[in-house]
Design a protein around this ligand. Structure first.
Ligand code: BGC
Length: 752
């Protein structure tokens, strides 16, 4: 979206207007026979469609902006958020009320909501249940605010650690990202809302996102970014897919026949509707024929409202068949029934923010990744004196920016930081790590901002331990031109580490950053954007009340030269000091790495990253034994025993990697377990290799092919460290693109 303004109007006033004219809540089966819950969503949608006028259909296939911007006057019933479509009272159809996004209810900003930690944090938990619980929490808040569509489900693969929206996504691996995003979507929809999945597809950089073409071989796309969507859709059944801003192989995503019609609707049998991103529509007939079902906020963000007059004209001329308009409306209606929007209308009710904050805190505790812990400096002891430095740790924890940014009901803990315009403001959750540390420490704890490096070093020298908080604000609409931490933070860490041999660094960031001081500090905790309970979670992790259990869902490069594209032309945002580097590219060549995203690229190129995918330390350590792969009825599993060999309880994430015959030793994550074990305790586990990771797409025959031969299976502590190796032999097999092998929803079984 372009520039946005924050609304200040009264939420309650708007809410009354919203519900005044909506949803006749039809129960009379004669008047509204589609309200019979015994009918299937398809039957119910067909009944409504039959009763609809052409004008009603045309009203349903577009929503307006639900907020104010660029002179747009907010519709009387809108809630002050991303999208609004008026109720069709005659049919008992409620107003469509759309809210961003995947980390919580973003608007109206001033009313506030509970912020989950970054999507990358949830992905780092490797725990679909954490994703589901987070989704249910934010979906519940949205429903209690009166929203019935949540613009969530970000699953674009992390192809570049500098992409400004990585914090909204679920990492670089299609299986992990797909299962995490799919479960988050299922959690949201359990609260009777439609969730989207977005941004379909290959919106893998923000720079020049409204025009850039993501160029990639279609086969490679099927095995990477599209596979993540395919897996997430199968796991979460989102009511809507949001097509993205960018072009794919020169054609805009929202008018891309191959992407929407061939892949999504034909091959994946997707029954829901495709909505556009805000300002992503460029045509009427072309988009409609390519499979776009609903135009979002065209009156504010597109050149014109394509899905009104221009599309009506295209129907009148015969360019677009009436059946296509009917299909659009039917798909939207079907999702409203399938997700429970029609049977459980969103109504205003109280929110238990304390309970919801605990959900966010738990997600952060499960997703923070311990990257370094020399001489077991962590967990800290309460007796140690401490200097806490930087990162506004006395006030709160950082949040990523743009349409997904959530502000606490208590407001922004650090107001007034740049940029003042969208994608700002820069928001901090009022969950101060300093206060949570002070609650636990018996020794003296002092704080200094870090602006004055010499003063910070002096304070650090006086304490037993120094904890430096460093931060990197990222947001929708721009990418970072490089991996360096902004400002003088590297110098700050260097100075503190020189002054105090027991220095811990806590990162609050979008993802991988350069850490030139790494060897000089004892410990590093990757806290991502930590969410509403972040301060408490960080303190609990530092003091060992919970064991760090996150594993990296992204590879951590040593520097930009290891990336498939060392430069992002045009990346940056001057208002926060990131000066754009050159002219933005019109095309990005994703065939450089193709389907070998993230850790697979590093394997292919024999590069050693700083930290590999799947990596994360704990306060204990785990050992694997008895690795035994099996094949039964064509299904591949591997069983093994995991034992906690340390003296503390902890969580392990054993990961199953597979190397396909002839695949040049590039491994794929095929499954994993997440298990909590007491000291000395063992568990015998069986992990299933997801069949979707055992096949390759053959573009010529449009089939998924399982090659005949030996499949190497390895049990990993990460993508580069293995303890357990074996192989299975599989026969040749093949599945048509529209009948792909079904995956597992639960990769791990076993007993402690
Ligand atoms: C973003 C979407 C978001 C939409 C509505 C766009 O700028 O790309 O993710 O859902 O705005 O706010």
């Amino acid at each position: 979206m372009r520039l946005r303004k924050t609304r200040t109007a009264s939420f309650i006033g708007m809410a009354l207007l919203a519900f005044g004219g909506t949803c006749a809540a039809a129960t009379g089966s004669d008047a509204h026979p589609w309200m019979n819950p015994k009918l299937t969503p398809d039957q119910r949608a067909a009944l409504v469609l039959k009763a609809m006028t052409q004008d009603e259909k045309f009203r349903l296939i577009r929503v307006d902006f639900g907020d104010t911007e660029n002179g747009h006057v907010m519709a009387p019933g809108a809630l002050g958020s991303a999208g609004y479509g008026p109720a069709i009272a005659r049919l008992g159809l409620p107003a469509i009320q759309e809210s961003d996004a995947g980390l919580g209810v973003a608007k109206p900003l001033k009313i506030g909501a509970t912020a989950l930690p970054s999507g990358l944090s949830t992905a780092a938990s490797f725990d679909p249940a954490v994703a589901y619980a987070g989704g249910a929490m934010i979906g519940g808040e949205a429903h209690r605010r009166g929203f019935n569509v949540m613009l969530a489900g970000g699953v674009d693969l992390v192809r570049d650690p500098r992409n400004g929206r990585n914090f909204e996504y679920a990492g670089e691996d299609p299986l992990l990202a797909g299962l995490i995003a799919g479960n988050a979507i299922a959690g949201i929809q359990s609260q009777h809302l439609v969730s989207t999945i977005k941004h379909y597809a290959l919106n893998d950089l923000e720079t020049n996102r409204n025009a850039v073409s993501s160029n990639i071989d279609k086969t490679a796309a099927r095995e990477s970014d599209l596979l993540a969507f395919e897996i997430a859709i199968a796991a979460g059944h989102p009511g809507s897919v949001m097509c993205s801003y960018n072009r794919i192989n020169a054609t805009y995503a929202c008018e891309n026949d191959w992407l929407l019609n061939d892949v999504l609707k034909r091959d994946w049998h997707y029954p829901g509707f495709v909505m556009s991103d805000w300002g992503a529509v460029h045509s009427a007939a072309k988009s409609a024929l390519a499979g776009l079902d609903q135009e979002s906020a065209g009156e504010t963000f597109d050149k014109e409202v394509y899905f009104d007059k221009p599309l009506r004209a295209a129907v009148a001329s015969g360019e677009v068949p009436q059946a296509r308009i009917d299909d659009m409306a039917r798909r939207i209606l079907r999702s409203l029934f399938a997700t429970g929007v029609m049977d459980h209308p969103a109504t205003q009710s109280a929110i238990d923010f304390d309970a919801d904050r605990k959900v966010a805190q738990h997600a952060e505790e499960a997703g923070a990744v311990l990257l370094r812990n020399q001489d077991a400096l962590l967990p800290l002891s309460a007796a140690q004196s401490m200097a806490v430095i930087g990162g506004h740790a006395d006030k709160g924890v950082l949040t990523g920016g743009g349409s997904s940014a959530v502000q606490s009901p208590q407001g922004n803990a650090v107001p007034g930081l740049p940029p003042s315009e969208w994608p700002g403001p820069r928001i901090y959750q009022p969950s101060a790590p300093l206060a949570a540390i002070k609650q636990r420490a018996h020794g003296a704890v002092s704080y200094i901002s870090g602006d004055d490096i010499a003063a910070a070093a002096k304070l650090a020298a006086q304490a037993k331990v120094a904890v430096v908080f460093v931060e990197q604000w990222a947001a929708e609409s721009f990418d970072a031109p490089h991996l360096a931490l902004p400002g003088n933070q590297d110098a700050l860490v260097e100075a503190v580490a020189k002054a105090n041999p027991h220095t811990v660094v806590v990162l609050e960031n979008n993802g991988p950053v350069a850490m030139p001081w790494l060897a000089k500090v004892d410990a590093v905790l990757e806290a991502w954007y930590p969410g509403a309970g972040g301060g408490e979670a960080i303190a609990r992790l530092l003091y060992g009340e919970v064991d760090p259990s996150g594993r990296l869902p992204v590879t951590w490069p040593r520097d930009e030269s290891q990336l498939p594209r060392p430069e992002i032309p045009g990346a940056g945002l001057p208002s926060i000091g990131l000066i754009p580097q050159g002219q933005p590219a019109q095309d990005v060549d994703y065939d450089v790495e193709g389907a070998d995203v993230g850790y697979r690229w590093y394997q292919r190129k024999h590069l050693e990253p700083l930290f590999p995918f799947g990596y994360g330390l704990t306060y204990t350590h785990f050992e694997y034994s008895g690795f035994a792969p099996h094949v039964a009825n064509g299904k591949v599993t591997a069983s093994f025993t995991v034992t906690n060999r340390g003296t503390r309880a902890g969580v392990d994430v054993p990961q199953l990697y597979v190397t396909l015959p002839g695949s040049n030793e590039v491994r794929r994550l095929a499954g994993w377990c997440r298990i909590n074990l007491k000291p000395g305790q063992s568990a015998h586990l069986t992990v299933a290799a997801d069949p979707r990771l055992l096949v390759s797409f053959d573009g010529k025959s449009q089939h998924w092919q399982q090659a005949a031969g030996d499949y190497q299976l390895q049990l990993g502590h990460s993508a580069t460290s293995f303890q357990g190796d074996g192989k299975v032999t599989l026969p040749m097999a093949s599945w048509a693109a529209d009948a792909a092998p079904a995956g597992t929803s639960q990769p791990c079984t076993g007993a402690q």
